[in-house]
Design a protein around this ligand. Structure first.
Ligand SMILES: [Zn+2]
Length: 231
């Protein structure tokens, strides 16, 4: 053990950064290009390359870079929470908000064609009315009608689900976010698949144990944070 270093000497790591060095650190973590960062921090074009690489060898700058990366990771964790919550919303969303199949009055329910001759004329369904329980044609079942929502008036969750629409030869096709993929993403982030693959679960079956949050986004988010915070 050596005691050569007097107490008055500040460790190299603790030397405060000059403003330009701090700028260099801020720029460096953008793309990890030391030369570009040096130029952006105001060092001359000619010396940027050499100063950039030299800066990275300085213990205090190296420490500052590590800290800046760690700080950013902390900030990104918050973003990951936000993303997780959105996936959770998609996984639990009601797709009926975008499009739904409704049973409406068939063409014969209310004074439509009632004779055998009219059978193949296929009168237009009346989407404004419920099926007539006494209808001799549909016997109150009505006809299926696909209702597509006004997508400019969707709820925030609906907007997450809605991925655009297109005209196809079969009619309008509404594209929606993939619920199973969203659920899969949530489960992976919560570590639910960890240690369950290739393992026999507690009841002896090969069925992986899955936590059930009963639609409680807060509980799911808490479990996620526990996992992320628990190291
Ligand atoms: Zn009918």
């Amino acid at each position: 053990m050596s005691n050569d270093t007097p107490n008055s000497v500040v460790s190299e790591e603790d030397i405060p950064l000059e403003p330009r060095q701090q700028l260099f650190v801020d720029e460096y973590i953008v793309d990890f290009n030391a030369t570009r960062a040096a130029k952006a921090a105001g060092y001359s074009e000619n010396s940027a390359a050499s100063i950039g690489s030299e800066n990275l060898t300085k213990p205090n700058i190296d420490m500052a870079v590590d800290k800046a990366i760690a700080d950013r990771r902390k900030r990104l964790r918050i973003d990951a929470d936000t993303v997780l919550c959105k996936w959770w919303q998609i996984a639990n969303a009601d797709y009926n908000e975008l499009s739904s199949v409704r049973r409406v009055a068939c063409g014969w329910c209310y004074g439509g064609a009632l004779t055998e001759d009219d059978e193949y004329e296929t009168p237009v369904v009346d989407i404004s009315q419920e099926p007539d329980a006494d209808c001799i044609k549909c016997r109150g079942e009505g006809s299926p009608h696909v209702h597509i929502a006004d997508t400019s008036k969707l709820s925030p969750t609906g907007r997450l689900l809605y991925q655009g629409a297109e005209n196809t030869k079969f009619g309008i096709k509404v594209n929606v976010a993939d619920r199973m993929k969203a659920l899969d993403n949530v489960a992976r982030h919560l570590g639910m698949f960890k240690d369950t693959v290739n393992h026999v679960s507690e009841d002896g079956s090969m069925t992986p144990t899955v936590n059930n949050f009963n639609g409680d986004a807060q509980a799911a988010s808490q479990a996620y944070q526990d996992i992320m915070g628990g190291k």
